[in-house]
Design a protein around this ligand. Structure first.
Ligand SMILES: *[C@@H]1O[C@H](CO)[C@@H](O)[C@H](O)[C@H]1NC(C)=O
Length: 325
């Protein structure tokens, strides 16, 4: 069994702790009581999204075909520390349907939860058959997203909230140097029928790393250097981004910056988190400098600060771009 797990781990390239420090015993008052044995174990992987929620995937570890016609019910538990006994725990159930290899849940850490988080649990086929959910640690560091949503409400990486009605292209966040490692820009367009007052919202998001530029629109279609994502993939690009898409959102991960971006085009909503220490205080744009202090976020490209929202906002306009409205 161990060998099988190792093989699966390598194939999936996921991080399963080979020697778990601690296996939490799920209290049988919390969960249906199941006799556990290795037969129907599942392994766990996760992806952090730009709004600090997680896509957690439970993957069958067995290759037994005789149970393909049965669902595997997963009773999972997520807690915020392996060291303390008195810790918050969130529990729930989900099902890997008969014939499927995996199931996924979306999980947002409740208020008060502190990383790392541990996922464990038991699986159940019948009342007395099941297995265990291999312990998996979620440890992507503290997560404080910067975001823009609605018409548009900005929230800097340091938690400063403000509204700014920009029109056309603006820099949301970039590495603050002459040759930035990354740059995130957004196009803001007028909302239809917003009366006298101009209200705008984000309609396109571009993320540039090296010579690759992703661009996504309100239908969540992704372009890589102007080519549709599916076509780009045929040529082995993009290399700097891991992308997950579904009709409701685009999740982008940039592994080497520990950066996660979530774009929900239909909602005109963007959020992102950058945890890599190299960028602490080293980010520029409408979402502030990410140094932990919400009071110094209104810094203009020339390095001076202002207290005026519009002066700050307009200073981050992408000057070489024009828009037709
Ligand atoms: C964003 O990407 C789109 C599509 O690739 C491109 O037309 C547009 O000029 C880009 N905007 C900026 C500010 O780079």
């Amino acid at each position: 069994m161990m060998l099988l797990l190792v093989v699966i781990t390598i194939i999936l390239g996921c991080t399963v702790n080979a020697s778990p420090r601690h296996i939490r015993q799920i209290d049988s008052t919390n969960v249906v009581s199941v006799t556990r044995f290795a037969k129907y174990d599942v392994v766990v992987t996760h992806t952090r999204l730009g709004d600090c929620s997680y896509k957690i995937e439970f993957i069958r570890a067995d290759t037994t075909t005789s149970v393909l016609a049965q669902d595997i019910i997963i009773h999972w538990a997520i807690d915020d520390s392996v060291y303390l006994l008195e810790v918050p725990v969130v529990t729930g159930s989900t099902t890997i349907e008969a014939g499927k290899q995996s199931a996924e849940i979306l999980w947002t850490p409740p208020n008060g939860f502190v990383p790392p988080y541990d996922v464990t649990g038991v699986t159940q086929i019948t009342n007395d058959e099941g297995g265990t959910v291999d312990q998996h640690q979620i440890d992507d560091g503290v997560c404080t997203p910067g975001s823009t949503r609605g018409d548009p409400h900005m929230r800097s990486f340091d938690g400063h909230g403000y509204s700014f009605q920009g029109l056309c292209w603006y820099t949301l966040a970039k590495h603050c140097t002459e040759n930035p490692d990354f740059e995130v820009t957004a196009e803001f367009a007028p909302r239809p029928s917003s009366g006298d007052e101009l209200k705008t919202r984000a309609v396109r998001l571009n993320v540039t790393v090296g010579d690759e530029r992703l661009s996504m629109d309100t239908t969540n279609e992704v372009l890589v250097n102007d080519v549709p994502l599916w076509a780009a993939k045929l040529n082995g690009s993009p290399v700097n981004f891991e992308i997950i898409t579904d009709p409701a959102m685009v999740g982008v991960k940039i592994e080497r910056f520990n950066m996660d971006i979530l774009w929900e085009g239909r909602k005109h909503a963007f959020s992102a988190v950058v945890s890599h220490p190299d960028y602490h205080g080293n980010i520029c744009g409408l979402l502030g400098n990410a140094d932990g202090d919400p009071l110094n976020d209104f810094q203009k490209p020339d390095g001076t600060r202002t207290t005026h929202v519009n002066e700050f906002g307009e200073s981050w306009k992408v000057n070489e771009k024009t828009c037709e409205y």
